[in-house]
Write a protein that binds this ligand. Structure first.
Ligand code: UDP
Ligand code: XDX
Length: 211
């Protein structure tokens, strides 16, 4: 079974290498596609040290669009979705996400942070369906229409589709992992504004007609 990892990345030059260091160590992952979503920093240059499949979007189109663009370059059976700003990602985390789908125990998995940092653990306990760490059968994600325009609403729209089609999502606990929060990346003020934008996109996705 072929596995493609898709990593959407917007200005992640300081963080993406850590994620790629781990993913490139796994033989089970056949292809790594990094989609630099209109980054204005060296995200794409750094990603190119690790993989030849780096797509550079000229403009920032949002997370959902970046993932769906990456998907169009993959002919894998299984897609692994990872954020570019993870801290503490290990090979075991990636295997835990992938194995249930590879073995046919689940069509899709979602990774839930625990014992990482209080705030991110707590956020994922309250809203596990927002997590960006996932594995999913390619045939399943490719048939869902409308995900490309969801931006940060990608996970909600995907969750909505899976729920309405009665496709169970297997939760996988990822121990000792966290991510860099927006306020840490952008500073308190800009980070907060970016967070509001994210929540707005999430809210919009709740009402989007996904089929
Ligand atoms: O317009 C955007 C916003 C985010 N991302 C990427 O999507 C992932 C999750 O975004 P972010 O880290 O901002 O979300 P958080 O994990 O803080 O909620 C990261 O790899 C981002 O670089 C993207 O490709 N385009
Ligand atoms: O957990 C959350 O509330 C958000 C925000 O994380 P931060 O507040 O920046 O740590 O993070 C998730 O939600 C986004 C929207 O669904 C996803 O795109 C991210 O992958 C996920 O980490």
């Amino acid at each position: 079974m072929k596995v493609t990892a898709i990593i959407p990345a917007y200005n992640e030059e300081k963080r993406i290498a850590k994620v790629l260091d781990t993913v490139t160590q796994l033989n089970i992952v056949d292809q790594i596609i990094v989609v630099s979503d209109g980054s204005t920093d060296d995200t794409a240059e750094i990603a190119r040290y690790y993989t030849e499949d780096v797509i550079e979007l000229k403009e920032n189109i949002g997370k959902g669009g970046a993932i769906i663009t990456g998907l169009s370059y993959s002919n894998a059976d299984i897609v692994l979705l990872l954020d570019a700003d993870l801290i503490g990602l290990t090979k075991d985390h990636v295997l835990a996400l992938l194995e249930p789908v590879i073995w046919g125990d689940a069509e899709t998995t979602v990774g839930i942070f625990t014992s990482g940092r209080l705030f991110t653990d707590w956020a994922q306990k309250i809203a596990p369906f927002l997590s960006g760490q996932r594995a999913i059968r390619s045939s399943l994600i490719k048939k869902i229409e409308g995900l490309d325009i969801t931006s940060y609403g990608f996970e909600i729209a995907l969750t909505k589709y899976l729920h309405s089609n009665k496709i169970p999502v297997k939760k996988v606990v990822l121990c000792g992992i966290t991510h860099t929060m927006k306020e840490e990346k952008l500073g308190l003020y800009r980070g907060f504004l970016w967070r509001i934008k994210m929540y707005w996109q999430i809210l919009k996705a709740i009402n989007v007609d996904i089929r």
